[in-house]
Design a protein. Sequence first.
Length: 402
Amino acid sequence: MNENNQRKKRSTVAIIAFILITNFITFMLITTFGVSFGSRSAVAVDSAYTAKKISKLLYLYEKLNDEYITPLDKDALWENAYAGLFEGTGDPYTVYLDPASFDSYREDLTGNYAGIGVRISPGEDNLITIVTVFRDSPADKAGVRVGDKVITIAGEDATTWTVDQGASKMRGEPGTDVQITVLRGEEKIDFTLTRAQLNVETVEGSVLASNIGYILISEFSSDVADQFSAILTNQLSQGATSLIIDLRNNPGGDVNATLDIADRILGDAMIMYTQDNSGKKREYHSSADASLQIPIVVLVNEYSASASEILAVSLKDNKAATLIGTKTYGKGIIQSFQGMMDGSGYKITVEQYFSPSGQSIHELGVEPDIAVSLPENVTYIYGKVAPDQDTQLQEAIKFLTK
C-alpha cells in the first residue's frame, strides 16, 4: 500500500510539473523542452500531431543554423516563424506583433507618436493605402497625398505587409529619416521623410450654418468618446439643432469608444451583437436614459471601416441617423489584442459582429441611405475634402435644412 501511494504521489508530481512547464512555455516564451527528436529535446505538448510539427520546425531550425553559408540572426528566424504561424490563418487582421509593432499599435490607440504623419488602411488591392495626411506633418510638407499606395518602406518591399507592419516601419525616433515609395496611379514617387513627434487630434467640431453641428472623427482612439461628448455638449449649448458625424476615411480603432458614442446617441437600444467561433452570441445595448433627439446624418465612404462601420450601421438600424456617401469598407470582425512578457504581442480575430437587424458587414460593407460620390478630381485636404467640392457634405446640409 505504501509503495502504491508513493507511485501515485510521484505520478501526481509529474503531472503537476508537466502542466506548470507547459503553461510557462506558452506565456513566458522560455526554452524548456520535453518532446524529443533524435538525441535532442523539444517542447512539451499535449498531442502527437503538435509534437510532430514542432519536431520538424526544430529540425529545420537546426539545419539552417548548421549548414547555411553565412551566420544567421537566430532572433530574426524565430520572429519570422512566429509571424508565419499567424499568417497561416489567411486573415490579414490576425497578426503577430514584434516588440516594435506592438509599441506602434499601442501608440495608435493614444494618437501620440513619432512618425511621418499619415493614417493608413489596407486598400481593396491589399496595398497599404494613405487615407489621411495630417496638417503640417512631414508627409504633408513633402507632398504625400490621400490615395497614395505605399509599396516600399526603408528600401524594403511593403506590398505584402500588413498595416501594422507598415505603421511600425514608418514610426521611429523624431529627427530620423525614412524613405518610402508610393504608387500614385501608374507613377512611382520616392519620398525621404524626417520623422516628427505627432499629437493627432482625432475629433474636430464646428457649428455650420442653419445651426448644424459638425463632428469629424478620424479614428477611434481610447479617449474619442470623451472628446465627442464634450464637443457635442458645446455645440448643443450654442444652439445646434441637428448633427453631422463625419466618419469618412476613419479606419476604426477602439470598439469600446464606438459603443460609448452610440450610448450617448441612442438611449435604450441594441448597438450590435457578436458571435464567436462556437456560435456564442453576445449583445451590446445602449444604457443611456435618453436619446439624442435631433436629426443626424452620418457621412461614410469606402475607407470607413471596422469600429466606424459599427457606429454607422447601429445608428442606421435604430433609425437614429441617415447615412450619406458611398458603401463602407466591410470589416465586420473584432480582434483581441494581447501583450507578452518579451514585449511582443498579437491580435487574433475572435468575433464577427452584426448590426441590430442581423446584417453582416464583413466583406459586404454598409450601404448608405443616400448614395453620393465625390467628383473624380476632388482635392483632399488632410483627410478631408475642400468644402466647395464636398458633394457629400453639401448633400448632408441640404438634407438637414429641408
